[in-house]
Design a protein around this ligand. Sequence first.
Ligand code: SUG
Length: 416
Amino acid sequence: MTLVEINFDGVVGPSHNYAGLSLGNLAATKNAGDTSYPRAAALQGLAKMRGNMGAGLAQGFLLPLPRPEVKWLEALAADATTNPALVAGAWSASSMWTANAATVSPAPDTADGRCHLTVANLVTMPHRSHEWPDTLAQLRLAFGDTQHFAVHGPVPPCFGDEGAANHMRFAPSHGEPGLEVFVYGKGGGPFPARQHEEAGRIVARRHGLDPARVLMVEQNPDAIAAGAFHNDVVAVANEGVLFTHELAFADPAGTYDAIRAKCPGVEVVEVPAASVSLAEAIRSYLFNAQLLTPPSGEMTLVVPSECRDSTPVWNWLQQMLASNGPIRHVKVVDVRQSMANGGGPACLRLRVVADPATVDPRFMLDDAKADAMEAVVGTFWPEQIDTVDVGKESLANSVRTARGKLLDLLGLGELS
Ligand code: SUG
């Protein structure tokens, strides 16, 4: 069995809009009320998937969830005239950020030799708290082969869990046993700490991880206060490399030492605040990059185009490339529509180390399928959404039709 890293990107849903629902996510708050472009957003996401596939990497996807989420509004007894924020929450396309769909422990790390996934409860933000049942249904289809996968329900809601966005894995190569690092935040700052320490511990126990290859690490409260609402806004790991901002963790030196003690050979590429301030790192999403190992073995950092627009960030990246470190290439992608809601290249994907042959093929991408998906998006995804239209029945019908067409194309009608 050949284990490889498969990136499952979220297809941007037809209801993508800017409602300013995420306190502590500075981009989303800043762009609240702007007109969104769901068609362009979904095409940008598909172009990113194609780029990574073209580099020889395995690529999968997860589908938009049913929107508007009427059952949630019914449970809240909310309607469009009196509760616009709740209605916007029922319309959000936030499931596109699949780094928040689940936490994944690949087979080499787990006691029973299966790949374990725990769907994230996302309880901190109301508009994301109702994602998990539909996400779980999708994970149970995509990873339905119980010989190779175990898909778990959410951690109880008393402990906030935001999935892989706060989880890093280190291993000499993807298919070998690794060290799993669970990053959590502590409350008390100006913005919510979305990942509870206990949630990580629960996931580690459920997945049957060896305690000797698990680490709990606290986020720097200053990073959360500066807008790093998930750890993947300030750090990213791949195989034997940690790419991180100097101020990502509460105890940076202790964190690096602990990682190296449990996974010898890990190289830390640390960006000092003197070169790129925390504010600039968060504005540009330098660390919300995909750090990938293509078949050539030359590690590549896939960054959003906002990094090229930032002089300090771009200068730092050029220096890094010239320094002969472990990251050999930088590739720029345009995911501006997602970025404006605080979701960069890394937010848009869930990493699963597995044999692609064990995944339901309906969730795997190839060029022909990408062509067909682009055609559906190009025909049925709304070109633009003004926030005043969120809640209107005519738009709801277009959104439902668009998603239905994609499900039909992919033979995934059971998710409707
Ligand atoms: O949860 N934005 C998402 C962005 C998630 C990014 N994911 C990772 N860092 N992995 C969030 O804050 C904004 C929706 C709105 O305001 O309309 C939103 O949900």
